[in-house]
Design a protein around this ligand. Structure first.
Ligand code: PGA
Length: 255
């Protein structure tokens, strides 16, 4: 982590926890985060639990993110939610382009190119996920995949707003598999992403926070976070355990 970027640890709960369960979980998690400084913490519950989570989390200084949104302000889009609705429900950030949305729900780079400016325009911090499959890595295509995704997804974001986007490098083969990228692999890919941002804006590149995601846990977090370009973590499974998630947050904290 570089000294001038505040680390961010975000927990992606995916489709876990009702509002009732989320409130009970925060009752366990928030006391474990008391007094931890020098790190931003975020939880990303299912959208229906955002109001209940936001009330408790934000009072404790914990940020709240959604997991997806539609790019339109409103309209005939059955089952979708807009940036304004997420904001009104207490979210201040939104995960966009998670590989599960790309693979299981047909999320495209074209849609993401519309979602990114919509999120920023509404005042939400987008967390844009990019990453290669195992087959793409084996074929030596990792940097090409990252370039394609970063260039396409950020195409409609103005240079002056690039530094406000959080990116997450999430190799698909590391998500939910217990097989995290090595610190060297994470550093290499994240440095490549940062140089893609630099191609657009020399000012944004050192400002943008780029997280690593994929089987992060309390045992491997510290060495991943020690890499100079790794600015935090997007944590799935381990974010559902209050002890484990709090330990990851503590390992990112800088006095
Ligand atoms: P994982 O998920 O930590 O369970 O691998 C990460 C993610 O999907 O964001």
């Amino acid at each position: 982590m570089a000294a001038d970027r505040t680390p961010l640890i975000a927990g992606n709960w995916k489709m876990h926890k009702t509002s009732t369960e989320a409130v009970a979980f925060l009752g366990e998690l928030l006391p474990r985060l008391e007094g931890v400084a020098g790190v931003e913490t975020m939880v990303c519950p299912p959208s229906i639990a955002l109001p209940a989570v936001a009330e408790l989390a934000r009072a404790a200084g914990v940020r709240v993110g959604a997991q997806n949104m539609h790019e339109a302000e409103s309209g005939a889009y059955t089952g979708e939610v807009s940036a304004a609705m997420l904001l009104d429900s207490g979210a201040d950030a939104v995960i966009l382009g998670h590989s599960e949305r790309r693979e299981l729900f047909g999320e495209t780079d074209e849609a993401l190119a519309r979602k990114l400016p919509a999120a920023l325009g509404a005042g939400l911090t987008p967390i844009l996920c990019v990453g290669e499959s195992e087959a793409q890595r084996d074929r030596g295509e990792t940097e090409d995949v990252l370039e394609r995704q970063v260039v396409a997804d950020l195409a409609a974001v103005g240079d002056e707003q690039l530094g406000d986007v959080v990116l997450a490098y999430e190799p698909i083969w590391a998500i939910g598999t217990g097989r995290n990228a090595t610190p060297g692999q994470a550093q290499e890919a994240i440095a490549a992403i940062r140089s893609l941002i630099a191609r657009r804006s020399q000012a944004a590149a050192p400002a943008a926070r780029i997280l690593y995601g994929g089987s992060v846990n309390s045992d491997n977090a510290a060495e991943l976070l020690a890499q100079p370009d790794v600015d935090g973590a997007l944590v799935g499974g381990a974010s559902l355990d209050p002890d484990g998630f709090a330990a990851i947050v503590r390992s990112a904290a800088r006095p």
